[in-house]
Design a protein around this ligand. Sequence first.
Ligand code: HEM
Length: 233
Amino acid sequence: MTGPSGGFNAAFVPFRSEPAPRLCDFRLSQSRFLLMDVLQHLREATRSQHESIEARVDVLRPDLTRAEYRRLLERFYGFYVPLEAALAGAADWERLGFAFHERRKVSHLERDLLCLGLTPTGLRALPRCSELPSAAGLPAALGSLYVVEGATLGGQLIARHVKPRLGLADAAGCAFFTSYGADVGRNWRALGEFLRAQLRTGADVERAAGAAGDTFAKLGSWLARGQERHDGT
Ligand code: HEM
């Protein structure tokens, strides 16, 4: 939730509109609202960048072709390979109690690309992004994590659109966009709890929001460069 200066205000707890809570409800209720504040702040802080990336990704057209879809996944691959590697080393996820390895999506991208006709040699030869968001410090890593995890939400919508049009299935060309299957909501809520537990101060949340914005920006530029290469502009 934003304060007058637009910054994160961890003290915001909108109890006023609630019926008088019982004492035993208090902690649960408070943590729920504070959890909403962290995610809500990240969402608000990156709203315009999400809109830009949504326009850039542009896969909801009825005339989308398999070749265009594959090119998009190739660019995601070129971004996610180095980003996931950087994030893997950015924190001791196991000690923090977060199963980072279960959140990795590069293997989904590989499966999709092979299904769409790329060879293993072609996969290895794909260009990889070298201008990554900084994952230095846990809040920054969590900001990037927020972005790549949030993409699984929009991914459901994208999957529903592309599967029938391109003749794909979850395990045949659409594994990336359907990454978590029926667990997508549960995983998103678990991420929210984790962010809430780790981003303890307003400054941490601001750092995470900055890194989330940077992640959207770097991914956007990377996708744009891919389009330029293809269009020859
Ligand atoms: C055509 C492309 C995209 C569409 C149509 C789309 C659509 C959506 C939708 C509908 C949601 C909300 C889902 C819900 O509330 O249940 C969402 C959330 C989100 N998406 Fe996207 N998305 C797209 C691309 C991306 C990409 C490429 C990324 C980043 C790599 C991304 C990051 C996020 C994030 C971080 C959220 C969570 C926002 C929050 O805090 O609630 N999206 N997207």
